[in-house]
Design a binder for this molecule. Structure first.
Ligand code: ATP
Ligand code: MG
Length: 363
């Protein structure tokens, strides 16, 4: 009953490239899903500038006012940023999503890879989730470890550091095991403990310690190199994969492509109290402004955000809205409506409209 009429304040960061096309599509679909789930107007959306727009208006691609504004929300949708095209000094600095992740300590990057019926995929039977530690490992933040994260002792020698800490491993491991309990109760730890014994060896050891708290979940582990082979040979055997930052970055591109394509791969970045929905793809400047971008990844990311809110607030209506988005996207694609990247002819707006129609018909 405490959830009756619950409202969420969600931020909207439209971003660059195809952002202005795909982000509004996700908003339309999320609003339709909450309405169909019985709570119309459940989300109060607030826009905050990032990217080129923010550089023009406020002199920074990720202004302090945007970070301050986000702090008052329950979560947000992050559109893509084309930081390679920013003028200096902005181009050399930490990009908007990196800045936001660091500011809010969004330590869990959760990337599902699941086939979409009707869309072609190398391995359509894939149904797994990568849980990637997002704050340290072999992408240890260069500004935190100033001068040592990555450095050159001489012009001919470059050194990068990996950072692994027990608290960071424990919290990402718990995220993975809790997620596994909602799925097929199987966690796979990916590391390289035979070579990187202290760093990834610690990742493996601490994750196994956390595993003892979850006796109902099956655990196995593989070296990162062997894991790529297992994923290609038998992707359907994996459920939740937990790993450090760089391994997770690489593996999630592999699993995303096994299950489908860039345009459909969603993700969230979560902390304890806040989460950010973000498509796995970039700003796609080559197709921006033509109304043909695939909004599926950001739409499914929005669904993940609603599912995360549902868990955090024990809110069945948000859970139902998330489920309606997932099934609406599947229904639209299965009915043959898709954007050109998936071989169809629908525009971004037409695809979103088909998803909304499927949600309203309860498909
Ligand atoms: P970033 O460094 O920001 O991740 P990237 O170099 O990985 O960028 P993307 O912007 O993701 O590149 O684009 C890679 C290719 O995939 C481009 O050809 C782009 O048009 C295509 N692409 C990416 N996202 C979509 C989408 N949502 N719909 C259709 N095509 C897309
Ligand atoms: Mg990319």
């Amino acid at each position: 009953a405490s959830n009756e009429g619950r409202q969420y304040r969600l931020g909207l960061l439209t971003g660059d490239g195809i952002g202005p096309e795909i982000v509004p599509a996700a908003v339309t679909v999320a609003d339709a899903a909450f309405a169909a789930a019985g709570r119309p107007g459940a989300v109060e959306w607030t826009e905050f500038p990032i990217g080129h727009e923010a550089i023009r208006e406020l002199g920074s691609p990720i202004p302090d006012s945007t970070l301050d504004g986000l702090a008052g929300t329950d979560g947000w949708l992050l559109g893509p940023h084309d930081s390679a095209a920013y003028p200096e000094p902005h181009r050399s600095r930490l990009n908007p999503s990196g800045t936001i992740r660091k500011h809010f300590d969004l330590y869990a990057n959760i990337r599902p890879a699941k086939g979409l019926p009707g869309a072609t995929a190398i391995a359509p039977q894939t149904d797994l989730v990568i849980v990637r530690e997002n704050t340290q490992g072999f992408y240890a933040d260069r500004s935190t470890y100033r001068g040592t994260g990555e450095y050159m002792p001489t012009p001919d020698v470059a050194i990068a550091m990996g950072v692994f800490t027990r608290p960071a491993i424990e919290r990402i491991a718990r995220t993975a095991f809790q997620l596994a309990r909602q799925r097929r109760r199987h966690v796979t730890i990916v590391h390289k403990a035979n070579v990187l014994q202290l760093t990834t060896g610690m990742f493996k050891a601490v994750t196994l310690e956390v595993a003892a708290e979850f006796p109902d979940v099956t655990v196995d582990d593989f070296h990162i190199d062997a894991m790529t082979v297992h994923l290609l040979r038998r992707p359907g055997d994996f459920d939740v994969i937990v790993t450090e930052n760089m391994f997770g970055d690489i593996l999630s591109d592999l699993t995303g492509e096994l299950a489908g394509s860039l345009g459909i791969a969603p993700s969230i970045n979560a902390a304890e109290n806040v989460a950010m929905a973000q498509a796995s793809h970039g700003a796609a400047p080559d197709i921006a402004g033509r109304g043909i971008a695939n909004p599926t990844a950001i739409i499914l990311s929005a669904a993940m955000l609603l599912e995360w809110l549902a868990g955090r607030h024990d809110d069945p209506v948000a859970r139902e809205a998330a489920r309606l988005i997932d099934s609406g996207v599947s229904a639209a694609v299965a009915a043959g409506v898709s954007t050109p990247d998936l071989g169809g002819t629908a525009s971004t707006a037409e695809f979103a409209k088909a998803v909304v129609a499927a949600i309203q018909d309860g498909r």
